[in-house]
Ligand binder design. Structure first.
Ligand code: ATP
Ligand code: MG
Ligand code: MG
Length: 406
């Protein structure tokens, strides 16, 4: 199988840079998943060279990267070696070895966003403390270290109570809901025990979940994408609707909370701000991602500048692009693994074939070597002239063959 991957050795030649490229800055990305892959796609359009560090030979970004260095973004030596080859170092995942990024920064390596941002964000509890200190509205939260403090959180915040792992959380892996005091010990056990580092969060009675992507350039210019609605299924982002169907006042509040949150963090790049909208119009912040985000995939087809191109422009110090929508409505549908192995691929391919017949639909397949239930395998974006039309096309996409026969 073709692979772009190579280990850095003593004899590895330095990456050759074209004299006539837009920029001779090589962008190094820690992580080579689907976000890294879509960063490489955006980069190729402008002949920007992206190299990725990922331990998987067949990681989604491998084939599209200028160069894929095999190694772990948790491994200090691998990150240090990798950084030597980069003009600017960025991330597609926040769960990286941040102590090494801090050291690299001290040595003068250009890291965007800054290590301080990654350190705050990779620990959700620290993130909550940080944002509450900056006056950002959040659900109430408290650290829990033992059964007594967990019960205390339940008494204070009521039930259902959200119990979260502080670190290494993604796609809801790291969240458990306790419905009563009796659930606490099993919830804690399901998260791997108190030693893993847990905190409790008050249930946010949201009517919608919203997301805002904010970009900041190296010159501190700020650019904000339209507010979108995210619909989660079992804690995993499932559908994104752009723009969100909420009143103007809500959009304006959501954007201002998002911009305020991002202004408290350092460095350039795109940042996704996940928000809860309550029935009374109040906005609470859920979490921030210091990188391109699932809620911004629609921008590839629906906005003048995609979040991926924007991230590259931001970290390279180029002017930011236009984040506004060039199509009135868009829906992004995440293709989550429906089954393990071959049967899962079969079901996904059936959906892709339907998508290929729908005008306005674009298929993105991440080419992950293995299929697992609930794993993000690809996505489909549908654009159109009204949200109603786009929704009708989504229904066509989701109709199973059995249903359409009957
Ligand atoms: P991501 O893949 O976005 O990084 P994650 O694993 O970090 O996900 P969260 O964003 O903390 O998880 O939560 C996932 C989802 O769980 C949220 O989008 C929301 O639907 C639900 N959720 C999280 N916190 C709360 C809360 N305090 N109250 C109610 N629902 C919540
Ligand atoms: Mg998260
Ligand atoms: Mg989240």
């Amino acid at each position: 199988q073709h692979s772009n991957a190579a280990l850095i050795g003593k004899d590895t030649p330095q990456v050759q840079v074209q004299v006539h490229a837009l920029s001779d800055t090589i962008v190094g990305v820690l992580g080579g998943g689907q976000l890294g892959r879509m960063l490489c796609q955006a980069a190729s359009q402008m002949a920007v060279k992206v190299i990725v560090l990922d331990p998987l030979v067949n990681c989604p970004a491998s084939a599209l990267s200028h160069h894929h260095v095999l190694g772990s973004f948790h491994d200090a030596a691998a990150v240090q070696q990798f950084a030597k080859r980069c003009g600017v170092l960025t991330v597609e995942i926040e769960h990286v070895d941040v102590a090494t990024i801090e050291k690299l920064e001290q040595k003068g390596i250009n890291c965007q966003p800054k290590a301080s941002t990654i350190r705050i964000i990779q620990d959700k509890y620290l993130q909550k403390v940080h944002f509450s200190q900056h006056g950002i509205p959040l659900p109430d939260f408290m650290q829990i270290d033992n059964i007594e403090s967990a019960k205390q959180a339940g008494d204070l915040f009521g039930y259902p109570l959200m119990i979260k792992s502080k670190r290494l959380a993604y796609d809801g892996r790291g969240n458990v809901v306790a419905h009563s005091e009796n659930d606490i010990s099993s919830s804690v056990a399901a998260l791997g025990g108190f030693n893993r580092g847990l905190y409790a969060e008050k249930w946010a009675p949201f009517v919608k979940e919203l997301s805002v992507i904010v970009a900041r350039g190296r010159d501190n210019s700020v650019s904000c994408y339209p507010v979108v609605e995210t619909i989660h299924k079992e804690n995993i982002c499932h559908i994104v609707k752009a723009p969100a169907d909420v009143p103007w006042k809500v959009k304006s509040l959501a954007s201002s909370v998002a911009q305020k949150a991002v202004s408290s963090l350092e460095g350039a790049g795109v940042f996704a701000v996940e928000l809860f909208l309550k029935a009374d119009g109040q906005i609470l912040l859920n979490e921030v991602a210091p990188r391109p985000h699932n809620s911004g995939h629609h921008t590839i087809e629906s906005c003048f500048t995609s979040q991926f191109e924007q991230h590259l422009r931001a970290v390279m110090g180029l002017p930011l692009g236009d984040p506004s929508m060039k199509t009135p409505a868009a829906i992004m549908y995440n293709m989550l693994g429906e089954d393990e192995g071959e049967q899962g691929f079969h079901l996904a391919h059936q959906m892709i074939r339907r998508a290929l017949t729908i005008p306005g639909a674009t298929v993105h397949w991440y080419d992950k070597p293995e299929m697992h239930k609930q794993r993000k395998m690809g996505h489909i974006t549908i654009v159109g002239s009204t949200m109603g039309m786009v929704e009708a096309k989504l229904n066509l996409l989701l109709k199973t063959e059995k249903e359409s026969l009957g």
